[in-house]
Design a protein around this ligand. Structure first.
Ligand code: CAA
Length: 259
């Protein structure tokens, strides 16, 4: 499958796929076609048994500068309702494999929201992260008000959403929004390095772990604990758990097959 606004490498390293947003002149603004392509690519990679981790990136200047303002500027509420503007984002949310964002430059509006859909985030020192929608007379629409608040708490989320100010990479790291900051020439390499560490583990366990952690945002403690316990038991349905535990006992490195 070829794409106009994405570059997809299903095997950038063993078990690791790379999706690069590729609309450089528009700072990777997320127009509808790009989001449809992303929906398609994520679905295919999520179903591809060879892929264990997906790295999502943009380019040095921008991860993504938000939803496409030109495409939205003259829309009516009914246009957006009929188009179901954000439906393509549902695939980003439901991708079962761990996703790692490699962010450089602008991650604003929908770009910040896309970054926050990822499970781990590596940023370059140049990253600028925020939700500037308020300056356009609107509010975040792809989860920004909810995910920022759950990650950062009310005070900071409210400040970012009401003022539209963006965070530096260092600030985002300090407040726990992202995992790592590295020099700009290293951000993609570092994200792939992190992806390799995740990909060495059982893909069954990593998917169940991802599901369990994300559930914590969405439910009561009791329900979350219930899902975690079930997913723990489920790990014992496959060969990977036997391999992992026997490798430990035999003092060797496990080889996980995703079975
Ligand atoms: N949509 C459409 N086009 C965009 C864009 C966007 N979100 N962001 C940048 N572009 C375009 C610019 O219009 C410009 O195109 P032209 O060369 O044809 O004029 C090109 O990308 C380069 O941008 P700038 O010249 O503005 O570059 P800069 O370095 O001077 O500024 C910037 C960079 C600060 C990121 C600035 O482009 C900017 O403020 N962009 C908009 C950011 C924004 O408000 N994002 C939120 C969008 S709404 C949203 O995302 C809703 C949601 O919740 C999903």
């Amino acid at each position: 499958m070829s794409y106009e606004f994405l570059i997809v490498d299903p095997q950038v390293e063993q078990h690791i796929a790379l999706i690069k947003l590729h609309r450089p002149k528009e700072l990777n603004a997320l127009n509808r076609q790009l989001m449809q392509e992303l929906q398609q690519a994520l679905q295919e990679l999520d179903e591809d048994e060879k892929v264990r981790v997906i790295v999502l990136t943009g380019d040095e200047k921008a991860f993504a500068a938000g939803a496409d303002i030109r495409q939205m500027a003259d829309a009516t509420a009914l246009d957006l309702l009929k188009l179901n503007q954000f439906a393509t984002w549902d695939q980003v949310k439901k991708t079962r494999k761990p996703m790692i964002a490699a962010v450089s430059g602008f991650a604003l509006g929908g770009g910040c929201e896309l970054m926050m859909h990822c499970d781990l985030i590596v940023a370059s020192e140049t990253a600028r992260i925020g939700q500037p929608e308020i300056k356009l007379g609107v509010i975040p629409g792809a989860g920004g008000t909810q995910r920022l608040t759950r990650s950062l708490g009310k005070a900071l989320a409210m400040e970012l959403v009401l003022t539209g100010r963006s965070l530096t990479a260092e600030e985002a790291l300090r407040i726990g929004l992202i995992n790592k900051v590295v020099p700009v020439e290293l951000y993609l390499q570092e994200a792939i390095h992190l992806a390799k560490q995740v990909a060495e583990n059982s893909p069954i366990a990593t998917q169940l772990a991802k599901e369990s952690v994300l559930h914590a945002f969405n439910t009561t403690l009791d329900e979350g604990l219930h899902l975690e316990r079930k997913n723990f038991y489920l790990c014992f349905a496959g060969e990977d758990q036997k391999e992992g535990m026997h490798a430990f006992i035999e003092k060797r490195k496990p080889v996980f097959k995703g079975k």
